[in-house]
Design a protein around this ligand. Structure first.
Ligand code: LUZ
Ligand code: MOS
Length: 757
C-alpha cells in the first residue's frame, strides 16, 4: 500500500500554503531585523532617529522593550533574543523595525546607526579550546579499558579528521506571522519543527503563561533540523512586535539574511588514535571531537551527545574513550542538521579505518566487514544491540550489488584510462532512534470521528515535506479499518496538542503514529461493545472493522461505517479520543553516560562508485547501491524519497557544500552562487535501493522503522570513493582527511599532491 503524500499534488500545482503565501489581514505590519555587523564586540549606542522618521515606519524595538525575559536558550539559558551590550556573532538580532511594508522596514533598518567597539573574533574550535572557551565541561564516553588495550594492538595509528559545516537551504526561509488576541494573548503561525518550543519561548519573552500563546503550523518548506530550535527567535520577534503594536506582524527572512544569520551543521575537528590486530580487528579507539558550537549553546550539547553515542557506528570496538568538547566561537550558534552529530562521528571513524587499511595493506572493506557488530553487542552507552542487522545488510549488499565485481570493473577501467579514474567505497551505518534526552520521547494525538464518518487527526508532528502526515493517515486508516480518504491530518497546533516534542530525531512518524494508534484503540474500545449491543451479540471480542465492513467473526453486520457512526453519536458515545505515547524502556544517566538510550537502531550499507576527471578535478557519482533496513515500511514511496534525498544531502555535505567565513567571521558563501548544493545533474547516475529482505521490523507503528536521518550517512561513502579514485590517479598519495572534497581540493590533490586546506 503506497500512495503519494496527500499534499504532493498541491506542491506540483503551487497551491500549498507556506507562511509567505498566507493572505494576511488588513493592517498587518511587516518586520525587518537589524543584526550585529561584527562577530565580536561591544554595542555602545544605537540611534534610531532617522529610521523612525522614515516612511511607513511604526516602531523600533530593542532589548529594552522585552516585557519578560530576554532569553531564548533551550538547553542552557545563554542566548538573548535581542543583543544587549555584547555582540557575539554576525547576524545576532539587535533591533526590530515594524513598518507598513517589508521594503520600508528593510530600508529603515539600514538607517539605524550603531556605535560599537570591534574585537577580533574567535572562529576556530581548536583555538576556542586552547583559550578555555567551552559551553559545557567535556563529555566523555568510555567502554572497556582503552589504556591497557594499546599493548595488545599490532598497529596503532593517530590522525586527525575535519568535516565542514552545512547550510540547511530549506526552500522556505525562516518566518512567522503573529497577531494579537483578546486579553493580551498572541496567536502565531510559525515555520517551526517545534511549536511547543515557540510557545514556551514566546511566553517567556513576553512574560505570559503558555496558555496565552497559540502556535499553528500547516507545513514547512523543508527544515532538516534548521527549524528545530532556530525558528523560535523569529517567531518571538514577530510576537514581541504584535504585543506592543496590537497589529498583526509578518516577519519572513530573505535568503541572504537566512544564510548569514542562522546556524548550520557543526564543523568538527577531531583527533583520533586507533589500535588494531594485524588481521584488522579494532581493539581500541580514542577520539576527541572539537565541536564548533558557535556563540551560544542552542542544541549543541545534545548534538555532541549524539556524536558520542555514534562514536563506534556499526562496529565492535571493545575499548573506547570518546571526548566531546563543545567549543564557543563567534559564529552564529550552530544547530540541528539531519544526523545531529552522528555523521561527524562516523566520518572520523571511517578516516581511521582508511588509514589503518593503508598501513595494513588490506582493503578498507575487509576491516569494515571484520568489525561489524552482532546481536548483543554493547554500544558505548552500555545498551545491547537487539535485532542487529549490520551484518545482514552488509551480506545482502554483497549478494545483490557484488562489490568484488564492481572492484574488478573499476580496476579494468582505470588500467585503460588516464584522464578519468574511478573509485569505490562501502559505507555501513547504524543509527540510534530516540531523542537522546529521554524526556523528549513522548507524543500525543487527538482523534475526532465526526458524525458523518470522516476523521480528523491532530498530533505534534510537523509536515515538512517528509511525508509524516501521509504516514499518520495510513496508521489511522489501518487502526480504524476504514479508507485512507476518510482521514484528514490537521495542522499542528499547540491548543490541540500540548507539550509536544520537536518533529525531529527521525521519530516523527514513530512516536506520533503510536499516539494515533493509541487514540484509535480507545475509540474502538468504545465502538466494539456498542456494535455488539446493536447486533445482539454477547461477545464484543468477535467484533472487527475491516475495509469498512463491520463484522462479528465471519458474519457481516448490516452497518456501513457511516451508519455505525451516526448510530453511535445518537447513542451519545464519545467519538473523540486522546492518545499519549511514551517510548517504553528508555533511561539514560548523564553522569555515568550509561543506559538504554534508543528504542532501536536503523542499519544499512551503501556501495558508492565515483569517477574523477584528473585533468579538471571534477567528479561525479556513477552509482550508489544501497541495502537499507526500513522495517515494515508504512509507505515505501515516501521511504524511498527519504533515502534518496538524504543520500544526496550527505553527498553534498561531503563534496560540494563548503561553508566559508573570512577572518572577521563574515560568511562568504551566502548565496546560491557561492554555496553549491547538489542538483539533479550531480545526482548519482544510478541509485539502486533494496529494502533489507525479511527485516525483523522496528518499534515504529506496525513494525516500521524511522527513516529521516540514517540514510544521510551513506553520503560519507562518497568522500572515500573519491579518495579511492584519487589513489588510482596518484598512487601513494597522502591526503588529510578533510571534508568536503570539493572540486578545488580534488584539483589541488591531483596537481600538487595536497589539498587546499
Ligand atoms: N533533536 C534533539 C534531535 O533534541 N535530540 C536528539 O537526540 C536529536 N536527534 C536527532 C535529531 N534531532
Ligand atoms: Mo532534526 S536534525 O531536527 O531531526
Amino acid at each position: 500500500m503506497s500512495s503519494s503524500p496527500f499534499d504532493a499534488h498541491l506542491h506540483v500545482r503551487g497551491e500549498s500554503q507556506f507562511i509567505d503565501d498566507r493572505l494576511v489581514p488588513a493592517g498587518t505590519l511587516h518586520a525587518a531585523v537589524l543584526t550585529s555587523p561584527v562577530a565580536r564586540g561591544r554595542l555602545l549606542a544605537l540611534d534610531g532617529t532617522a529610521a523612525l522618521a522614515a516612511p511607513g515606519v511604526r516602531s523600533l524595538l530593542t532589548a529594552r522593550d522585552i516585557p519578560g525575559e530576554n532569553q531564548i536558550g533551550g538547553i542552557l539559558p545563554d542566548e538573548v533574543l535581542l543583543a544587549g551590550a555584547e555582540l557575539d556573532f554576525i547576524g545576532q538580532p539587535v533591533a526590530l523595525i515594524a513598518a507598513d511594508s517589508a521594503a520600508e522596514a528593510r530600508s529603515a533598518v539600514s538607517l539605524i546607526r550603531l556605535e560599537y567597539e570591534e574585537e577580533p573574533p574567535l572562529l576556530d574550535a581548536r583555538e576556542a579550546a586552547r583559550r578555555g572557551e567551552f559551553i559545557q565541561p567535556p563529555r566523555v564516553f568510555t567502554l572497556g579499558d582503552v589504556e591497557s588495550a594499546w599493548s595488545r594492538c599490532d598497529v596503532i595509528l593517530e590522525g586527525r579528521a575535519d568535516s565542514g559545516g552545512q547550510e540547511h537551504l530549506y526552500l522556505e526561509t525562516q518566518g512567522a506571522l503573529a497577531w494579537p488576541e483578546e486579553q493580551g494573548g498572541i496567536k502565531l503561525i510559525s515555520a517551526t519543527q517545534s511549536p511547543t518550543t515557540v510557545q514556551r519561548t514566546v511566553a517567556r519573552v513576553l512574560g505570559l503563561p503558555m496558555h496565552k500563546i497559540e502556535v499553528d503550523v500547516l507545513r514547512l518548506g523543508g527544515a532538516f533540523g534548521g527549524k528545530e530550535d532556530q525558528a523560535t527567535a523569529w517567531a518571538a520577534m514577530a510576537a514581541l512586535a504584535a504585543f506592543h503594536l496590537h497589529r498583526p506582524i509578518k516577519l519572513v527572512l530573505r535568503r541572504h539574511e537566512d544564510m548569514r544569520w542562522t546556524g548550520k551543521r557543526h564543523p568538527y575537528s577531531s583527533d583520533y588514535k586507533i589500535g588494531l590486530t594485524r588481521a584488522g580487528k579494532i581493539l581500541a579507539w580514542e577520539v576527541t571531537y572539537y565541536q564548533n558550537a558557535g556563540a551560544a549553546a542552542d542544541l549543541s550539547p545534545a548534538i555532541l551527545d549524539r556524536t558520542l553515542f555514534h562514536a563506534t557506528n556499526c562496529y565492535v570496538i571493545p575499548n573506547l574513550r570518546a571526548t566531546g568538547l563543545c567549543c564557543r566561537t563567534n559564529l552564529p550558534p550552530n544547530t540541528a542538521f539531519r544526523g545531529f552529530g552522528g555523521p561527524q562521528a562516523m566520518f572520523v571513524l571511517e578516516a581511521a579505518i582508511d588509514q589503518a587499511a593503508q598501513r595494513l595493506g588490506l582493503p578498507a572493506a575487509q576491516i569494515q566487514a571484520a568489525n561489524l557488530l552482532d546481536e548483543g553487542y554493547e554500544f558505548p552507552c552500555g545498551q545491547r544491540a537487539h535485532n542487529a542487522q549490520a551484518r545482514r545488510c552488509w551480506q545482502e549488499l554483497e549478494q545483490r550489488c557484488r562489490p568484488a565485481e564492481r572492484r574488478q570493473a573499476i580496476d579494468r577501467f582505470n588500467a585503460g584510462h588516464d584522464e578519468l579514474k574511478k573509485g569505490m567505497a562501502i559505507m555501513p551505518i547504524c543509527f540510534g532512534i530516540s531523542f537522546t534526552n529521554t524526556m523528549l520521547n513522548q507524543a500525543n494525538a487527538l482523534v475526532h470521528i465526526y458524525n458523518d464518518g470522516s476523521v480528523g487527526v491532530s498530533t505534534g508532528a510537523v509536515e515538512m515535506g517528509q511525508g509524516v502526515h501521509e504516514k499518520l493517515r495510513a496508521i489511522a486508516a489501518r487502526c480504524l479499518g476504514i479508507r485512507i480518504e476518510r482521514i484528514r491530518i490537521e495542522s499542528t497546533n499547540t491548543t490541540r496538542n500540548a507539550n509536544t516534542s520537536a518533529t525531529a530525531a527521525s521519530t516523527g512518524a514513530d512516536m506520533n503514529g503510536h499516539a494515533v494508534r493509541i487514540a484509535c484503540e480507545v475509540l474502538l474500545a468504545r465502538l466494539r461493545p456498542f456494535i455488539a449491543r446493536l447486533a445482539g451479540l454477547d461477545q464484543e471480542g468477535l467484533v472487527t472493522i475491516r475495509r469498512e465492513q463491520i463484522q462479528a467473526g465471519e458474519r457481516l453486520l448490516p452497518y456501513t461505517w457511516e451508519k455505525l457512526i451516526a448510530a453511535a453519536w445518537a447513542a451519545r458515545i464519545s467519538l473523540s479520543a486522546h492518545g499519549h505515547y511514551a517510548t517504553p524502556g528508555l533511561h539514560f544517566d548523564r553522569v555515568t553516560n550509561k543506559g538504554e538510550a534508543f528504542a532501536y537502531h536503523v542499519y544499512g550499507a551503501a556501495l558508492v562508485e565515483a569517477t574523477i576527471d584528473t585533468l579538471r578535478g571534477t567528479c561525479r557519482f556513477d552509482a550508489v547501491r544501497i541495502v537499507h533496513d526500513a522495517g515494515c515500511s508504512l509507505n515505501p514511496g515516501i521511504d524511498r524519497g527519504q533515502v534518496e534525498g538524504a543520500l544526496l544531502q550527505g553527498l553534498g555535505w561531503m563534496t560540494l557544500e563548503e561553508v566559508l567565513h573570512d577572518d572577521k567571521g563574515r560568511l562568504l558563501t551566502d548565496s546560491m552562487t557561492t554555496y553549491k548544493v547538489p542538483d539533479l545533474f550531480f545526482a548519482p547516475g544510478e541509485v539502486e535501493l533494496h529494502w533489507l529482505e525479511r527485516s525483523e521490523g522496528g518499534n515504529g507503528p506496525f513494525r516500521s522503522k524511522a527513516i529521516g536521518e540514517p540514510p544521510l550517512m551513506y553520503g560519507i561513502g562518497g568522500w572515500f570513493a573519491l579518495l579511492d579514485a584519487l589513489r588510482a590517479a596518484r598512487p601513494g598519495l597522502e591526503l588529510p582527511y578533510i571534508s568536503p572534497m570539493t572540486h578545488e581540493r580534488l584539483l589541488m590533490a591531483l596537481h600538487t599532491g595536497e589539498t587546499a586546506g
